[in-house]
Design a protein around this ligand. Structure first.
Ligand SMILES: Nc1ncnc2c1ncn2[C@@H]1O[C@H](COP(=O)(O)OP(=O)(O)OP(=O)(O)O)[C@@H](O)[C@H]1O
Ligand SMILES: [Mg+2]
Length: 476
């Protein structure tokens, strides 16, 4: 799904100017070193492999060489002082060659986003659209709709200077598979803003093995098709944020934990970040551009395992003082324990206070119940059942699910403890036989999946075309 909508976003962005340029006979040449266009700097010197060098850069190279001849030492500094060049790295040089050869994007029709940023939709409208895709999680959807509404209102009116409206960065806490990533993806798709999803586990302090923190911004820039302005209104979702908690009891430098949190502080708040265009590492000879993160909405999400115990411990400690001291296990079975999370608990978990402070909106998402699982199977716009029904409809076969079958699938999924992710895997397993057998027989008109079939003691009901009563039972 992610790919599909990313394509949609990319398609939507190709502007009309591009198309006009495309009509010219020769594509414009760009200097391989400083990336200025031929129209700006004058005739290029062409080299094999689609390399072009502008007169300025050529002159500079010669000057450096000459100097070396005279003084006997080569001054690399001069070479590096060329505009936009950071460091020479041959491998990335080649990468770029590849990119330059890439043909321009084809003309794409401009699409109207479902929700238009310029006419910022009211929170209830944002939530109503989210409702069509995301089941349950009412509170999370409400908080997010309001936060997004405020954020883009702030961006659109740009009232930063008078009464500075604080940025509405969010922290989302919820068990695995409850829809955190899905919610953010859906939101970005509906708003038609570029979205970058980064994984906090791969981030390390700059200079260490791993992606440095600013790489999340270059991801966003890529998602915005290198359009800086568009990227500056985008959303960055940093998943698995709990994995960068401060490591306890360690004497080594914590390059992937606390240091990452510290490195992210300025991004969250709003800073000018220099990012390479079309690559994700800075130590390459790629042009740099500046992206301001002030209007980028940051959403952090994580499962925070064990956070419940920290909350319980705190509540129990409070309860053990004074009159109610005997109710020690009062919170053990509380399903809503996570909702009681405070900044204090997150700090005990290992998040540094400055970091949490920059995520003013903290909310939790619930684990899915069996009923929600049933709804997820059948209700969202792109529900899994609807997908299968559509597939079979192409063969003119009707696919039905008994209510009991849905519950049986949900029960099985609950046992796996991986949230809604399990649903597809389970369904896939049972649909395999059906998708295999049906196209064999042109007479089959309808298939009904029964509870017995899912529970392994029966088969699906199969009706032949034009028949009302079930004829043969499948032989699962
Ligand atoms: N509330 C929901 N409504 C509809 N579909 C859902 C919901 N929750 C989960 N799903 C489905 O389950 C899939 C997995 O959910 P998602 O990727 O959002 O999990 P997650 O909360 O990010 O988990 P993790 O912490 O493991 O990353 C989604 O692609 C979506 O199809
Ligand atoms: Mg996720």
């Amino acid at each position: 799904m992610a790919d599909k909508y990313e394509d949609e976003i990319l398609e939507g962005e190709v502007s009309d100017d591009d198309d006009q340029e495309e009509n010219k006979k020769e594509p414009e040449k760009y200097c391989t070193l400083c990336h200025r266009a031929e129209s700006q700097v004058g005739k290029m010197i062409d080299l094999p492999n689609n390399i072009h060098i502008c007169p300025d850069c050529m002159q500079r190279s010669f000057d450096s060489m000459n100097q070396q001849m005279q003084t006997g030492n080569f001054n690399y500094g001069d070479l590096l002082n060329m505009p936009n060049v950071s460091m020479i790295d041959l491998s990335s040089f080649q990468n770029q060659m590849g990119q330059q050869k890439k043909p321009k994007k084809k003309k794409a029709e401009k699409k109207e986003p479902v929700l238009d940023l310029k006419k910022i939709p009211a929170p209830h409208k944002i939530k109503a659209t989210l409702d069509e895709y995301v089941i349950g999680q009412e509170y999370a959807k409400k908080v997010m709709s309001v936060a997004v509404y405020n954020h883009y209102k702030r961006v659109a009116t740009d009232t930063m200077d008078e009464i500075a409206i604080e940025k509405s960065n969010m922290l989302m806490i919820g068990p695995t598979g409850c829809g955190k990533t899905y919610l953010v993806k859906t939101l970005a798709k509906l708003l038609d803003v570029p979205l970058a999803i980064a994984d906090a586990t791969s981030l390390t302090e700059a200079g260490y093995i791993g992606d440095d923190i600013e790489s999340v911004v270059s991801k966003l820039l890529a998602a915005a098709d290198n359009d800086v302005e568009k990227a500056e209104h985008g959303i960055i979702f940093i998943d698995e944020i709990d994995k960068i908690a401060k490591k306890k009891n360690t004497n080594q430098r914590d390059v992937s934990g606390e240091a990452v949190q510290q490195g992210m502080l300025k991004l969250l708040e709003g800073a000018d970040v220099e990012v390479p265009i079309g690559a994700n590492s800075k130590n390459a000879m790629v042009p740099l551009t500046t992206v301001n993160t002030r209007n980028i909405l940051f959403i952090c999400g994580g499962a925070f395992p064990d956070l419940e115990n920290i909350i319980k411990e705190r509540l129990n400690k409070q309860a053990s003082i004074g009159f109610y001291a005997d109710l020690k296990d009062k919170y053990d079975d509380d399903p809503h324990i996570l909702e009681k999370v405070t900044v204090e608990d997150l700090r005990s978990f290992g998040m540094i206070p400055e970091f949490i402070g920059r995520l003013p909106i903290i909310f939790t998402m619930n684990g899915l119940t069996e009923d929600m699982m049933v709804q997820i199977l059948s209700e969202p716009r792109n529900a899994i059942l609807k997908q299968y029904q559509k597939l079979l409809a192409l063969d003119e076969v009707k696919l039905e699910f008994e209510e009991g079958a849905l519950h049986a699938i949900a029960t099985k999924a609950m046992e796996k403890h991986t949230g809604a992710r399990a649903l597809r895997a389970i369904l896939e397993e049972y649909m395999l036989d059906i998708m295999y057998e049906i196209p064999k027989d042109d007479n089959i008109g309808q298939v009904t999946i029964t509870r017995e079939y899912i529970e392994g003691n029966g088969g699906p009901k199969i009706l032949l075309r034009g028949q009302e009563v079930p004829l043969l039972e499948g032989n699962h």
